[in-house]
Ligand binder design. Structure first.
Ligand SMILES: [Zn+2]
Length: 419
């Protein structure tokens, strides 16, 4: 099936060239677009007069498992440190998740992403007592909504041998099944040397990288120095993780100068999640010296990548004096990572139709200024993923939104009763 977007103004996401005209959109996970009329009559024509059409967005680090936490009862104790936030909130929740709750979380997150123009999610999942089948459940939910993905299970030693071995087995089975992803690890302070070696070997076996939280809080560095006499990045390097170029290091806040240099000189990817860092009060950092492979994520806080880009810009004024162009580049680097991983679902036929009501002219030169100060999620009118219309006039049309949200609320109640 082909879609034809009539009278659009196409913004090329790389060159920022503005091309007025009609866009023919091919369907399929690796489909393209063309500015010539398709040979057969299109099956659907959308009038885009006055609208900006550009590549849709991707999230470099998400946690769909956190979806049912919104509005949950207060923890038994108010956390006073990052390790207590994990212990009393996130680890308390993820241990109580079952496959139904995971499916509800994935569907609801996918709807939020789609409505915000995000058609590809790189997720980091945890459910230590519902590990088996969890990644395929998330993949199927994302496919129902129409999103592309790279998934992983965050394996760790924190809950002992059972969940650790289940995490390795789930990762191996999921990747062997042919769906795309990484080998997930929680963080250095919850991963012993034998597990780190097993995970690196598994990533080599499946020709992928490790996806891990790195020095999010100072305590991660203190733990690595006390136990291994190394910084977190030095430890990862010693176990071969930096040699895997599809590796994603989330956060990288408390690195030494030497470690910052190691990251920038390696081929690995870094994800900045500034709103989550502010929420957890773990500190923030600049990313300009960490190389060209810096992406943006939400860390499960929300599913709005335009919001993440604005936060990176605002916080980046204090930490690194970041410019519009650099933030835009980081926002778009996720596509370069997905391409390197060879994952389907992010080719040229992933598009957002933006009803951008600007009081000033948009040009190729000034677009990054509009990106930071003007454009936001409310401008996302319709979304095309893999050549298929998935959001039309701000409503998801691939699944019944109201039914999914009712199911999510039911699963939320089930989860909260167990907390
Ligand atoms: Zn995270």
């Amino acid at each position: 099936m082909t879609l034809l977007l009539k009278n659009a103004i196409y913004l090329d996401w790389e060159s920022l060239a503005l091309i007025p005209g009609d866009i023919a959109v091919e369907q399929g996970p690796r489909g393209g677009i063309s500015f010539d009329l398709p040979p057969q009559a299109p099956e659907r024509v959308i009038d885009c007069r006055g609208k900006l059409v550009t590549k849709s967005f991707g999230c470099g680090h998400h946690h769909i498992y956190s979806t049912l936490a919104r509005g949950m009862p207060a923890p038994r104790r108010i956390p006073t440190s990052f390790s207590e936030i994990l212990e009393y909130i996130w680890w308390h929740i993820d241990k109580r998740l079952d496959l139904e709750m995971i499916t509800a979380s994935a569907l609801a997150s996918a709807i939020y992403c789609a409505k915000n123009g995000v058609t590809f999610i790189i997720d980091h999942h945890a459910s230590p007592f519902a590990v088996e089948g969890s990644l395929n459940a998330i993949a199927e939910a994302f496919e129902r909504v129409g999103l592309g993905y790279l998934l992983c299970y965050e394996i760790s030693d924190r809950d002992g041998e059972g969940p650790r071995e289940a995490g390795l087995a789930e990762t191996d089975a999921y990747l062997a099944g042919g769906r795309p992803g990484h080998v997930g690890l929680h963080a250095s302070f919850t991963v012993g040397d034998p597990l780190l070696d097993s995970a690196a070997a598994l990533a080599c076996k499946h020709n992928t990288g490790i996806h891990i939280h790195v020095a999010e809080d100072r305590a991660d560095q203190e733990d690595a120095r006390a136990k291994y006499g190394l910084g977190v990045v030095e430890r990862l390097e010693a176990h071969g993780v930096l040699a895997l170029e599809k590796t994603i290091l989330a956060h990288c806040i408390h690195l030494s100068d030497r470690e910052r240099q190691m990251v920038s000189q390696s081929g690995v990817w870094v994800v900045q999640n500034v709103e989550s860092n502010l929420n957890n009060n773990v500190g923030t950092t600049g990313y300009a010296d960490l190389g060209e492979r810096v992406m943006l994520g939400t860390d499960g806080m929300h599913s709005d990548m335009l919001r993440s880009a604005k936060a990176a810009f605002l916080n980046g004024q204090a930490t690194e004096g970041v410019g519009f162009d650099a933030v835009y580049r980081r926002f778009r680097n996720v596509h370069r990572h997905i391409l390197q991983c060879g994952a389907p679902g992010d080719s040229a036929n992933n598009l957002v139709i933006l009803d951008y009501d600007t009081p000033t002219e948009v040009t190729s030169d000034n677009f990054p200024g509009h990106f930071v100060f003007g454009l936001d999620a409310r401008h996302v009118e319709s979304v095309i993923a893999q050549g298929r219309l998935i959001v039309e006039n701000r409503r998801v049309i691939t699944v019944a939104e109201a039914e999914v949200m009712a199911y999510a609320r039911e699963m939320g109640r089930k989860l909260w009763e167990k907390l």
